[in-house]
Design a binder for this molecule. Structure first.
Ligand code: AMP
Length: 210
């Protein structure tokens, strides 16, 4: 079962993934995280990726497809969740060639709320755990030995570029998946546990249909 998560940056995809871990054994393909891991190696490729991520522009398709193929070749799981991919029609077409998508979850959140969340979010540099700046009194990750930091691309300039790309390139994919009958829209303004509950219901329904 392949699930795609789509939502504006800050809509809570990372938080939802953490909640879903309580319900399912799944493999995660998070292109943002996989690219950050490559960037952290400091390799030639990593440096190129780091620059593109910091600027908030999309990393080129060949690089993204390469890391996805590598990741998928190591996955032996019935449930795979794609986070941050596909982000445009070109990537959606590429994904269709790689695998079948069963379900697309769309976390719907307004641009203003999303921006407010991003400028106030802290992310663990090791495990990707996400929290709010005002919810912590130190910068130690509560889940691992990592440090909570502001992501290099969570700055005003980069956020604006990422939002533009989202509305221009990613948002139109929703209509395509709606027409395929695999799209579910969730109100991302709700409490994270409520969102997870709704998503679990949809996933279970889909599992039972299979
Ligand atoms: P995210 O963690 O999903 O917000 O992604 C952070 C950054 O990683 C993006 O702004 C892009 O630079 C890059 N990135 C993540 N996913 C993709 C993708 N599917 N295609 C191209 N670039 C990506």
């Amino acid at each position: 079962m392949n699930i795609v998560l789509i939502g504006i940056q800050g809509s809570g995809k990372g938080t939802l993934i953490a909640e879903l871990e309580k319900f399912y054994d799944f493999s995660l393909v998070s292109t943002g995280q996989l690219l950050r891991e490559e960037a952290a190696t400091g390799s030639q490729l990593g440096k190129k990726i780091h620059q593109m991520q910091t600027e908030g522009v999309l990393v080129t398709l060949d690089i993204v497809i390469d890391i996805i193929r590598k990741k998928l070749s190591n996955i032996d799981n019935n449930i795979v969740i794609f986070d941050g991919f596909p982000r445009n029609k070109e990537q959606a077409d590429a994904l269709d060639k790689i695998t079948n998508i069963d379900l697309v979850i769309y976390l719907n959140l307004s641009r203003d709320v999303a921006k407010d969340r991003i400028v106030n979010r802290l992310t663990c540099n090791k495990c990707g755990y996400i929290t709010k700046r005002y919810a912590v009194d130190n910068f130690d990750c509560p889940k691992c030995l990592g440090k909570l930091t502001q992501r290099a691309d969570d700055n005003e300039e980069s956020i604006n570029i990422r939002f533009e790309t989202y509305f221009k390139e990613t948002y139109p994919l929703l209509e395509m998946y709606k027409q395929r009958g695999i799209l579910t829209e969730i109100d991302a303004n709700q409490e994270s546990t409520k969102i997870a509950k709704e998503v679990v219901k949809v996933i279970n329904e889909r599992i039972n249909q299979k």
